[in-house]
Design a binder for this molecule. Sequence first.
Ligand SMILES: CC(=O)N[C@H]1[C@@H](OP(=O)(O)OP(=O)(O)OC[C@H]2O[C@@H](n3ccc(=O)[nH]c3=O)[C@H](O)[C@@H]2O)O[C@H](CO)[C@@H](O)[C@@H]1O
Ligand SMILES: C=C(OP(=O)(O)O)C(=O)O
Length: 445
Amino acid sequence: MGTVLTIHGGVPLQGKVTVRGAKNLVPKAMVAALLADSPSVLRNVPEIRDVEIVRSLLTIHGVTVAKDEATGDLTLDPKGATSAPSREIDAHAGDSRIPILFCGPLIHSIGEAFIPDLGGCRIGDRPIDYHLNVLRTFGAVVDKRPGGIAISAPHGLKGAKLELPYPSVGATEQVLLTAVKAEGITELKNAAVEPEIMDLIAILQKMGAIISVQTDRVIRIEGVSHLSGYNHKALPDRNEAASWASAALVTRGDIYVEGAHQSDLTAFLNIYRKVGGAFEVEDEGIRFYHPGGALKPLVLETDVHPGFMTDWQQPLVVALTQAEGVSIVHETVYENRFGFTDALVRMGATIQLHRECLGAVPCRFGQRNFRHSAVITGPAKLHGADIDVPDLRGGFSHLIAALAAEGTSRVTGIELINRGYEKFMEKLQGLGARVELAETASVSG
Ligand SMILES: CC(=O)N[C@H]1[C@@H](OP(=O)(O)OP(=O)(O)OC[C@H]2O[C@@H](n3ccc(=O)[nH]c3=O)[C@H](O)[C@@H]2O)O[C@H](CO)[C@@H](O)[C@@H]1O
Ligand SMILES: C=C(OP(=O)(O)O)C(=O)O
């Protein structure tokens, strides 16, 4: 049995969608609740799979997670925190990237952690060497075991001077979640400063942490011995907002994204305007629309914040297939994030991948045989196809390509999209998309 989504293309998406708390913040805020000695309340929580995974991981570690059915708010009470049965931890292997962030909080609360093998999008190797190196510098002992890693700190966790080789989001969060209760002062150089990290810092500060964000990617943390629960409204999901914005452009539609927050999307909005999209910023959201006429090609590089976020790249590439002329996209964050373009080419797009850095600045992947630059020639007439969703953003980009295409597409593997897009079927239907879900006995991709 499998679920097949049938999409009849050619309908401009029009209407309103609401984005709630960010996938890249909410699960981490839930992990932070483990650091407290009283309950936390998290608001604006989306119904996505990554939240369910972390809820389950917290629950098996003795944290009580209660959901207010009317508001969706979560109350997380860590007072019963304890080791989890390995069988139940193993069941979470391959689920998401968040478990690695349990290391510091679990050591602080119960003295040890067992972290199952990670999941998340397959868009490169996604090693965890930075995470393990910073944990070791704090004094943790890391033991690789079949199915995961065991971590403990027989002599406690102590603040340290650290520098990341690259401003990794997850490794910066690892440092924050560990340093807040480590003994002494931690200084992190080359930290990531994405808005979701700033929101995590806001949460930790509400809990009683002492953290200063200094110039040039330096974060300084003074460890404290106790933290209290927080009450926090998660920042909205800027990546989902950017996805719907691209959907409006690709389908020549008009979508008001309630919850979209201008200052978290500055780099995206500049590119959106340059490619020929229009937007109107309101207090509660942003209206994104295709103003008519031809889209313009451009040259674009993904980067860490405040640059153009890598998770915005895939849906925007679909818009670039409709621009008049040649666009270049240089992916500098992940070495293997253009796999999704194969399906776009099958749908009629002209996209060539190159190993060279086709950007202003050579990146880490230049001489290493990774096809991480894309040349997109438009406008291309897209036609429907059978597609198997490869990953979260790639999958969303396939959906919007199918929505713009002539004819019918059959999409499998859409469960992956639930990991980051809340109620996307309802949202698509609300925007006028002609989509149908069906269960089938045999699925051909
Ligand atoms: C759940 C979550 O928040 N996911 C986001 C997070 O992923 P995530 O935190 O996994 O991404 P990172 O910022 O850590 O990764 C950036 C780069 O650093 C490399 N690296 C990272 C860690 C490490 O130990 N070693 C190493 O080499 C990665 O392979 C990648 O090339 O930030 C990414 C970059 O903004 C986003 O695309 C993801 O949506
Ligand atoms: C890469 C992504 O997520 P994750 O890090 O959870 O795999 C994403 O959200 O596009």
